[in-house]
Write a protein that binds this ligand. Structure first.
Ligand SMILES: Nc1nc2c(ncn2[C@@H]2O[C@H](COP(=O)(O)OP(=O)(O)OP(=O)(O)O)[C@@H](O)[C@H]2O)c(=O)[nH]1
Length: 391
């Protein structure tokens, strides 16, 4: 599908940068004029792939290019005030060619957390195309303020968008590695998963027209209806033979029945692994409203029976009959991969936990604020009779 892609804040910009790198690497044509918006000049400078003309610095009058320091109310205010500057960048996009908007932001900071919902609301007012969000939740150990920001932004972003696809940094933190050090790997993971979903049905290069049965309307219909989504992914490598043909790792030449069963089984097992493995937002899949299965890889490996079985299994697992699916032929691929989009998920312990910690953080901030005023009064009162103020 064709997306108008907008990264808000540092995380949003870096992920959009990675999406553009992915698009160039794969030869796909998914993103129309990607845009990065930020209140921090250095963050915009740090991007490598988003064209310079598409980097929009907002809030200069308020924060002078230094960011909003995790104040997401300020982030939202600035986004509202400077929405025309963002719109000017979007005016360059041939909107009649795009299927949807995708706004990407880390929800724990200030600029993206505050700005993404404001932009979603603005786009929905102006355009008829659906507006989707890709929201990144902070890791639990980032602290109360990040959690509070994320909880407030999350509920607003979900309300203002047609669907929010969620990636939880906490679930993807590498043990023993600092969160910051791991961002590059995490961003590649985000792009691998969402890139495969959004790339389904798009043209690779000039001469290979994808014959996929997954097209943009199926992705849009899976996301339509609102709510929150998560994505599962699994892949297995297939080897290239000496004559350039593709051969599965355990294929026995000349045994067609064996090959067919093998490709069918591989796909059904990849679908299970994708759904039962680590999701972008871990959750209980029962009660998921709509799902979409995309199986990508070399055309000869995309067995229809396997995809059908995978779909039936997903229906049982989610308890929903609304499971769409299809293949995504990628002629030169060395892996067969399965990506599953679960849309309208409800049983998400992480969100409940985020809200609980956010309430605690709010109470803690209010209490400290009240105490701080008293403490300062007490501190300054001491000796005030002997020491007169300067004026
Ligand atoms: N996955 C991922 N998450 C990131 C990355 N950078 C930051 N984050 C997350 O996003 C949250 C928000 O951080 P930023 O995007 O840096 O904040 P910002 O929107 O630029 O806002 P301010 O810096 O407060 O102006 C953090 O709490 C992290 O959880 C990244 O490169 N990848």
């Amino acid at each position: 599908m064709k997306l108008a892609l907008i990264g808000f804040g540092q995380a949003g910009g870096k992920i959009v940068d990675e999406f553009v790198a992915y698009e160039r690497r794969t030869g796909l044509d998914i993103f129309s004029a990607p845009v990065a918006v930020n209140t921090a000049k250095t963050d915009l400078h740090g991007l490598e792939h988003v064209p310079t003309d598409n980097r929009v610095l907002i809030g200069q009058a308020r924060v002078k290019g230094h960011g909003v320091g995790a104040d997401n109310e300020l982030g939202a205010e600035i986004a509202e005030q400077d929405i025309d500057e963002v719109q000017a960048a979007l005016d360059e996009i041939p909107v009649h060619e795009v299927d949807a908007f995708l706004i990407v932001a880390g929800l724990g900071g200030g600029t993206g957390s505050g700005g993404a919902p404001v932009l979603a609301k603005h786009l929905k007012r102006i355009y008829t195309e659906p507006v989707f969000g890709l929201g990144v939740l902070p890791a639990a150990d980032e602290g109360g303020i990040y959690t509070l920001n994320a909880a407030r932004s999350f509920q607003t972003f979900v309300r203002e968008s047609d669907n929010v696809l969620v990636f939880d940094n906490d679930a993807w933190r590498q043990t023993g590695e600092s969160m910051r050090g791991g961002y590059d790997e995490i961003n590649r993971e985000i792009v691998r998963r969402f890139g495969m979903l959004f790339g389904a049905g798009e043209t690779v290069g000039n001469d290979r027209v994808a014959e996929s049965v997954v097209d943009s309307s199926e992705i849009i219909n899976t996301l339509a209806g609102g709510g929150v989504s998560t994505v599962g992914y699994a892949a297995e490598s297939v080897r290239t033979t000496d004559d350039g043909g593709l051969r599965s790792r355990i294929r026995r030449d000349g045994d067609d029945a064996f090959d067919e069963t093998n490709t069918t089984n591989r796909i059904t097992s990849l679908v299970r692994k994708a759904a039962l493995g680590r999701l972008t937002l871990p959750c209980d899949l029962s009660g998921t409203e709509r799902s979409l299965l995309v199986v990508g890889g070399p055309p000869g490996q995309l067995d229809r029976k396997g995809i059908e079985r995978g779909r039936s299994w997903l229906e049982e697992e989610t308890g929903s009959m609304e499971v769409r699916g299809g293949d995504y032929p990628i002629p030169d691929a060395e892996t067969v991969a399965s990506a599953v989009l679960f849309s309208g998920v409800h049983k998400v312990p992480r969100i409940k936990e985020l809200q609980r910690v956010a309430i605690e953080a709010r109470e803690n901030i209010d209490r400290l604020q009240a105490e701080s005023d008293d403490n300062l009064d007490r501190l300054l009162d001491e000796g005030s009779e002997e020491i007169a103020p300067l004026y």
